[in-house]
Write a protein that binds this ligand. Structure first.
Ligand code: PMP
Length: 288
């Protein structure tokens, strides 16, 4: 049976899942989305993801054409129709089909698209040995331009930094804000450990309010590790004892080198390893 995609109000075969070339999601990147994981048959942090989607939509004056509970049900229906017990959900709400021209109010009705599929993670070897990354030259969007808290379909800012990473032969890049402080990585939040304390930039430094970030902070605190939100400089990253990234796709992954500087002893550190293990246990329904 072909992949079943939720489109607006029903499931359709993937080859029938089509949207208009006049959709402003395509024409202007006008829309919002979420990436959500399914672990051991459960949708991880489902409510938190939907809440963020509704908030992103509200921020850009996009009215999602169904309520929270109905959308939740549509996501669950799509996951079960595709027999996904461990996988990834891409939930997208575009502005919909409208006239050429920026005016979003020419669009009749937002399109709701839900894809539930497998996910390609970083290779296991990278979780064991850590990843090498770089600092991007591309500055994170100014919060007064496109608020980084809005998870919109307009990802060019991050894509430009991702291209820098790929050009340098690494999978990720740290993005700094217009003041030079660490904002986030292209698709992940940034954490460092120094003298046993975890530091992460405040969301106001220019990051998405990551759901994995929130979960990992809670796990750390539960295990008696202090977590402080603080503006971080490039120097802070260079001299960190440990460095890791969090995100729905990446989960918790250690960084062992940035801009040619080795972090710690060049292996994912003890705090990183503990958090990765506890995150896995929590995600799979075992107590963290
Ligand atoms: N920052 C950006 C720019 C992201 O796209 C994401 C999600 N991939 C994250 C951070 C991590 O957020 P979450 O843990 O909610 O996936």
């Amino acid at each position: 049976m072909p992949q079943q995609i939720w489109l607006d109000d029903r499931l359709v075969d993937s080859d029938q899942a089509k949207i208009s070339v006049y959709d402003h999601g395509l024409l202007y990147g006008d829309g919002v989305f979420e990436g959500i994981r399914v672990y051991s048959g459960r949708i991880f942090e489902h409510d938190a993801h939907l809440k963020r989607l509704f908030e992103s939509a509200r921020a850009i004056r996009l009215l999602i054409p169904m309520d929270f509970e109905k959308l939740k049900h549509c996501v669950e229906t799509t996951v079960s129709a595709n027999n996904i017990t461990d996988g990834y959900i891409r939930l997208i709400v575009t502005r919909g089909k409208g006239a050429l021209g920026l005016n979003p109010f020419t669009c009749e009705k937002p399109a709701v698209i839900i894809i539930a599929d497998k996910i390609q993670l970083y290779p296991e070897e990278m979780y064991e040995n850590g990843m090498k990354i770089i600092s991007a030259v591309t500055v994170r969007n100014h919060p007064l331009a496109i608020p980084p808290q809005v998870k919109s379909l307009n990802y060019l800012n991050n894509i430009l930094a991702k291209i820098e990473a790929i050009d340098n032969g690494v999978p990720e890049a740290v993005m700094y804000n217009h003041e030079g402080y660490v904002a986030e990585a292209t698709g992940d939040n940034v954490f460092i450990v120094r003298s046993g304390i975890i530091f992460t930039p405040p969301v106001s430094a220019g990051s998405l309010e990551g759901i994995t970030r929130k979960v990992v902070i809670a796990i750390a605190k539960k295990h008696g590790i202090e977590v402080l939100e603080k503006n971080l400089t490039r120097m802070d990253l260079y001299i960190a004892d440990e460095f890791f990234l969090t995100g729905t796709a990446a989960e918790v992954i250690g960084v062992v080198e940035i801009d040619g500087r080795q972090i710690g002893n060049g292996k994912p550190g003890a705090v990183t390893q503990l958090l990765r293990k506890k995150f896995f246990e929590l995600a799979h329904g075992k107590s963290a």
